[in-house]
Design a protein around this ligand. Structure first.
Ligand SMILES: C[S@@+](CC[C@H](N)C(=O)[O-])C[C@H]1O[C@@H](n2cnc3c(N)ncnc32)[C@H](O)[C@@H]1O
Length: 365
């Protein structure tokens, strides 16, 4: 081999650059290993690999899982080894056979019967957000959501068309529930709300945040206000009295945050993962309705991600996701302050709470 000054050596691709290209399927972990990412996890959940392993009485071979799934042996083995690399499965050798079992993380978050199961949210991401994000370039060109292009129908038509059975609706609500389960506790703990005796969680879905509130503030009566499909399924998510002794303080009402006459009166309103779903004019309508309903001194708690002021950092990707999927956007703390003060709110405070969600609190004079 001979390398001279004249030899044309192409530039090496910086690893950082390669990671950006392959980010949809790879993740570079701290210990410098490439780890395959989301789609392998989504596929395994969809195929119920973790539930099959959980319900088996002992670790299973790839052959066993292939039989249980009626799948292809080589492909199933590849998927399972990929899940081992993601630390979702563990494998060990017995004789000349590899046997697989769920890791602790998979048992806790990726099996149906676990109280911490994230399966409903993963199914929603896999079936909606993953395909819709594939049309990001159109969203940037048009500045609009991509429901029509991705699914052939508007977002408004998607819910009644796709969530058209009790089971499908329950899974959708289950996704809302698991997504905010821990974050709700973190948010209501981060801000002192003890001055308020009544609260209305607008767009509160099946009451996840309301049940967190009633644990920290036993004197507070909380009404969850949402559209009929959410309210009619809420009883499925009511925790037991043992798990949540003040659960009787939580009630549900059908209402529409665009119609002030349907909003229950309260001293404190909550908007959790609501504002970022709507365009600027709709956000203005929701906030002016909340302001009208609040008594003087009343509070508003907003639970959402807060972007860095200089719009740097990984959270920015969520604002792009909002563009493609809801037509809304994420905001920085100064943007929240400006928006809320425009509507007459005062004492706007923004708090970092948890990596999936922060809290903004303000009052009416
Ligand atoms: C993204 S989810 C947020 C759920 C919950 N607050 C959370 O943090 O997980 C938005 C919620 O707003 C509700 N919603 C949508 N439009 C509404 C309206 N016009 N009035 C009241 N609720 C509405 C939806 O049914 C859904 O439960």
């Amino acid at each position: 081999m001979r390398e001279t000054k004249k030899t044309q050596v192409p530039s090496p691709m910086p690893e950082k650059f390669y990671r950006l290209i392959d980010g949809f399927r790879l993740y570079f972990s701290e210990n410098c290993r490439w780890v395959p990412l989301s789609k392998a996890l989504f596929a395994a959940c969809e195929l119920e690999v973790f539930d099959k392993l959980r319900s088996a009485s002992s670790p299973q071979s790839a052959d066993d899982i292939t039989t249980a799934l009626s799948s292809d042996l080589d492909a199933t083995t590849r998927l399972m080894d990929t899940l081992v690399a993601m630390e979702l499965l563990e494998k060990f050798k017995q004789g000349d056979q590899w046997l697989y079992s769920n890791s602790e993380m998979a048992t806790k978050f990726l099996t149906k019967d676990s109280p911490d199961s994230y399966l409903d949210m993963i199914a929603l991401i896999n079936k909606t957000l993953y395909p819709i994000f594939g049309n990001l370039e159109s969203a940037v060109l048009e500045g609009t959501t991509q429901w029509k292009k991705t699914f052939g129908m508007s977002a408004e038509d998607w819910f009644p068309n796709v969530c058209n059975t009790e089971e499908a609706k329950l899974r959708f609500m289950g996704a809302m529930h698991c997504n905010s389960l821990y974050a709700s506790y973190a948010a209501v703990k981060a801000i002192d709300l003890s001055a308020y005796r009544s609260c209305c969680d607008l767009g509160g879905a099946v009451g996840t945040l309301a049940y967190a509130l009633c644990q920290f503030y036993p004197e507070m009566k909380i009404t969850v206000c949402d559209l009929e499909p959410a309210v009619s399924l809420a009883h499925h998510f009511r925790p037991s009295v043992e798990a949540c002794p003040n659960q009787a303080n939580v009630s549900f009402a059908v209402g529409d945050f665009f119609k002030p006459e349907t909003i229950p009166k309260a001293e404190l309103y909550v908007l959790s993962h609501v504002l970022h779903d709507w365009s600027e004019d709709k956000v203005d309508l929701i906030l002016s309705n909340v302001y009208k309903c609040l008594p003087s001194g009343g509070g508003l708690l907003i639970c959402e991600r807060i972007l860095n002021e200089d719009k740097r950092g990984p959270t920015l990707i969520f604002s792009l996701l909002m563009l493609v999927s809801t037509g809304g956007k994420e905001r920085s703390a100064p943007e929240f302050k400006h928006l809320l003060e425009k509507h007459g709110f005062i004492d706007v405070q923004a708090k970092r709470v948890y990596f999936t969600q922060d809290a903004i609190f303000c009052r009416k004079m």
